[in-house]
Write a protein that binds this ligand. Structure first.
Ligand code: HPA
Length: 278
């Protein structure tokens, strides 16, 4: 029974890969996952193909209105990329295997470098709304792990190393790019919770105490699966609300999206130029 379930999942991945390669047969170098309200980067891509998620066999379908669910394949800064416009969140009800299905598919179409963006609450007292934070580490507080269950040996080892989840070389490159472009960037630790509710003041205090600089509800599952497959990973947060003591106020999704819009041009520039340098 267990073995069958594993074969099923790998079969599903293969079906999705075959579909994508039927549309676009060339290898793809870089995968990009666009977070909440950060889809503008797409405008920098010379689009060759757009594939709605519902056309891809076994691909989950996004339920969040602020996310358009499609794969965009094309050239960004001269490199062949595949961008996910719309990601899958655990809080929507997907299993971790569903949340990370697209990352497995990315690896099988040749992608070795994964770039991930998200919207996050700022825990570091110096962060401001609209700031960027490059992830240099993370704290996984999800109640489920995407690697739980029989290991998928074809992809990676049972106990993948997490000592450098975010590739130092890419962090250094991005910081140089940001400095050249006069864009302020922070570097810090991202904690992920399952959501969908935002945190209480006591929870924000706790997250700060355990060493987090920002908190969100995504990214870590995809990063874990990417690391399982030995991908190089770069991730960046747009700080959309402040969660440090004295700065906490009621936030609405509208405010989160408005703040993401402030960060968006800066984030797009950093990612566009990072892709050029890869
Ligand atoms: N908490 C969790 N996730 C978030 C937040 C937050 O304050 N802001 C944006 N995503």
């Amino acid at each position: 029974m267990r073995a069958e379930a594993q074969i099923d999942y790998i079969d599903q991945i293969n079906h999705a890969v075959n579909h994508i390669q039927g549309v676009h047969s060339e290898p793809i170098e870089i995968g990009i996952i666009l977070g909440t309200g950060l889809g503008q980067l797409i405008q920098n891509i010379e689009v060759e193909h757009e594939i709605p998620y519902e056309e891809i066999p076994f691909f989950p379908v996004s339920t969040v209105e602020s996310h358009k669910g499609r794969l965009v394949i094309g050239r960004l800064s001269g490199k062949k990329v595949m961008a996910m416009q719309g990601r899958f969140h655990y809080y929507e009800g997907y299993s971790m295997r569903e949340v990370t299905f697209p990352v497995r598919v990315m690896k099988k179409v040749g992608i070795e470098t994964l770039i991930v963006s998200n919207a996050a609450g700022g825990l570091h007292p110096d962060y401001k709304v609209g700031d960027l934070m490059i992830l240099n580490d993370h704290i996984d507080l999800f109640p489920e792990n995407p690697l739980r269950g029989k290991n998928l040996d074809v992809f990676g080892v049972r106990f993948p190393d997490m000592s450098e989840p975010y590739t130092q070389r890419l962090i250094a490159l991005a910081k140089t790019i940001a400095a050249d472009q006069n864009i302020d960037v922070n570097e810090g630790v991202y904690a992920a919770v399952q959501g969908p509710n935002l945190e209480t003041k006591a929870e924000y205090r706790y997250l700060r105490t355990i060493g987090a600089d920002a908190v969100g509800m995504s990214t870590i599952p995809e990063v874990i699966v990417g690391l399982h497959m030995n991908m190089e990973i770069f991730a960046i947060s747009a700080i959309t609300d402040l969660c440090s003591p004295g700065n906490i106020k009621k936030v609405s999704i509208a405010e989160v999206l408005a703040a993401a819009a402030i960060a968006e041009p800066k984030m797009s520039t950093v990612i566009r130029e990072l892709v050029r340098e890869l």
